[in-house]
Design a protein around this ligand. Structure first.
Ligand SMILES: [Zn+2]
Length: 170
């Protein structure tokens, strides 16, 4: 979650969501495309409804009762990420679904340019991959993970395209 005030206003095509705890994978992919997605486990329904409303976030949930008690919530029916992404797009046609790589998919914090690798280490991606020489690297100020445009980013783009076209669902 971002620092309050830092990015509290919804920008064009970048919705602010609250993803309920059944939607962790969807939350990560919405962050990949630059959406501001709050996600937390173990909260009571009334707490989720209150915090989503207080923070100006639209709740995404597959729980009909939770959706009914949260103003403006979007009730998703698909159990698969492809169907869920298509339902989110249908409910919010102005939202962008293009890889943005400006938010940490794990923490939701905005990523910052990494001036140079820390002393004695080199950037390593989530699958052990390393950036090509000269590739700009961004870092998460919360968890310290590094990200860049490369093979992993291309794979995410391919998955998103297949899911949004409906040619793959999981
Ligand atoms: Zn992070």
């Amino acid at each position: 979650m971002g620092v309050p005030g830092e990015d509290a206003v919804e920008t064009e095509g970048r919705p602010r969501w609250w993803a309920d705890e059944m939607l962790g994978r969807l939350a990560r992919y919405l962050r990949f495309v630059g959406h501001d997605v709050a996600y937390a486990r173990g909260l009571a329904d009334e707490e989720i409804a209150r915090r989503a409303t207080d923070e100006g976030r639209t709740l995404l949930t597959r729980d009909r009762r939770l959706a009914e008690r949260t103003p403006g919530a979007i009730l998703l029916s698909s159990p698969w990420i492809g169907g869920q992404l298509r339902e989110v797009r249908a409910a919010r046609p102005s939202a962008r679904f293009v890889l943005a790589l400006d938010r940490c998919p794990e923490c939701n914090d905005l990523l910052r340019p990494l001036a140079g690798p820390p002393e004695g280490s080199a950037p390593v991606g989530p699958y052990g991959e390393r950036p090509r020489h000269g590739t700009p690297v961004v870092a998460c100020p919360r968890c310290g993970r590094w990200y860049w445009s490369g093979d992993h980013a291309e794979m995410i783009t391919r998955h998103l395209a297949a899911w949004l076209q409906g040619s793959a669902d999981r």
